[in-house]
Design a protein. Structure first.
Length: 316
C-alpha cells in the first residue's frame, strides 16, 4: 500500500474523557489520506479501547513505560510514513476543512516547512479567545516574529517531514528531550529559522484549556528553559548575538518575567518585584503582575483568569 500523505501524531496519557471527540474530529476531515500514529504513553484508563475502535487508519503503539512528552512524540514520529506530520493533542479538536487547506498550502510551496491555522481557545463549554483575533501573524521567514509572539498551537501545526528531518538534532530526535514545557516552541523556532511558515486564516483548531491546566503553573520551568533556548541558539546559529540582538533581550526579559511569576506564586512578592525591575520593556502584562505581586501568591488563579479575559493586544 502507498504511504499516506499525512501522519497524525496523537500522544495519549489517560485521555478517555476527551479522546472520543478528538477522534471524531479526525474522522470528519474532508481530507482522508492520512494515518493516525497513536502513541499510548502508559494509560490506565479506557484510552486504548477507544482508540482501537477508530479503524484501520489508526496504528496503535504502546510504550513500555511512561516517558516525557517530547520523548513520546519522538517515538511516535519514528513510526510515521506520511510526507506531512500533523499533531493533535487528545483533548483538542479539528474542524473538517483543517487538513485539506493546510496540505494545499504545503503542496503549493516547496519552501514551506510548516502550516498552521488560527486556533480557538475553549474550556469545553465556551470559546474564551482566538489566537489571531486581533492581529494576523506574519508569514514567510518569520523566525524573529515567531519568537516575539508565539502563535502556533501544537494541534494546529502540520509540518513537512523533510523540514522536520532537516532540523533534527540527532537521528530520531526532532523534539529536544531536555525540555519539558518549551519543547514545542523550540521545534517551531528551529523550523522557522530555516524554512518558510504560513497559515490558514480560519479558526480550524480548538485548543482545550483546563481550569487546572498545569502549563500555566510552571513558570519556574519556563524561565529556565527560555534561557536554555537562548544558549542553544547561540551554539547552533553563528553570530547570534550580533544578528539577533533584539531576540537576546527578548528572551532575557521573558525569562525574568517567568521567574518573577514563579517567585510570586511562592509568596515571595518582594523578590519578584526586584526581578521585574530588570525587564527593559515594561508591557501591560508586566504592569499587571507587578501590581498582583503585592497580594498573596494564592491569587495566581484569579490573576490568570483576568489575564485571559483581557483583549488580545493587552496580553502581548
Amino acid at each position: 500500500m502507498s504511504a499516506p500523505a499525512v501522519s497524525i501524531i496523537m500522544n495519549c496519557l489517560n485521555c478517555e474523557k476527551d479522546l472520543p471527540d478528538a477522534l471524531k474530529s479526525v474522522k470528519e476531515q474532508t481530507f482522508q489520506d492520512f494515518e493516525i500514529i497513536f502513541w499510548d504513553n502508559g494509560s490506565k484508563d479506557r484510552s486504548a479501547e477507544i482508540a482501537k475502535r477508530f479503524g484501520p487508519q489508526l496504528r496503535y503503539f504502546s510504550g513500555t513505560e511512561t516517558v516525557p512528552l517530547g520523548e513520546a512524540r519522538n517515538l511516535a514520529i519514528k513510526e510515521a510514513k506520511g510526507n506531512y506530520i500533523a499533531f493533535l493533542d487528545c483533548d483538542d479538536l479539528w474542524k473538517p476543512e483543517k487538513l485539506s487547506l493546510q496540505v494545499e498550502l504545503l503542496k503549493n510551496n516547496p519552501d514551506l516547512g510548516l502550516a498552521c491555522t488560527d486556533t480557538e481557545i475553549f474550556n469545553g463549554k465556551r470559546i474564551l479567545s482566538r489566537l489571531f483575533e486581533n492581529t494576523p501573524p506574519e508569514k514567510g521567514h518569520v523566525f524573529e516574529a515567531l519568537m516575539s509572539s508565539q502563535w502556533i498551537s501544537m494541534s494546529s501545526a502540520v509540518i513537512r517531514k523533510g523540514a522536520l528531518d532537516s532540523v533534527a538534532e540527532a537521528p530520531g530526535k526532532w523534539f529536544d528531550e531536555s525540555l519539558n514545557v518549551c519543547e514545542e516552541a523550540d521545534l517551531f523556532y528551529r523550523i522557522a529559522h530555516d524554512w518558510e511558515v504560513d497559515y490558514v486564516d480560519q479558526p480550524l483548531t480548538m485548543w482545550r484549556v483546563h481550569e487546572m491546566n498545569t502549563t500555566f503553573r510552571k513558570f519556574g520551568q519556563f524561565a529556565d528553559e527560555t534561557m536554555y533556548i537562548l544558549e542553544k541558539h547561540r551554539k547552533i546559529y553563528s553570530d547570534y548575538d550580533q544578528n539577533y540582538p533584539n531576540l537576546v533581550e527578548l528572551l532575557k526579559n521573558r525569562s525574568s518575567f517567568q521567574k518573577a511569576i514563579s517567585l510570586w506564586r511562592e509568596n515571595r512578592g518582594s523578590e519578584a518585584r526586584k526581578i521585574l525591575k530588570s525587564i527593559t520593556h515594561v508591557s501591560p502584562k508586566v504592569r499587571l503582575f507587578q501590581a498582583a505581586s503585592f497580594f498573596p501568591g494564592s491569587l495566581f488563579d484569579l490573576a490568570s483568569k483576568l489575564y485571559f479575559a483581557l483583549p488580545g493586544f493587552l496580553r502581548k
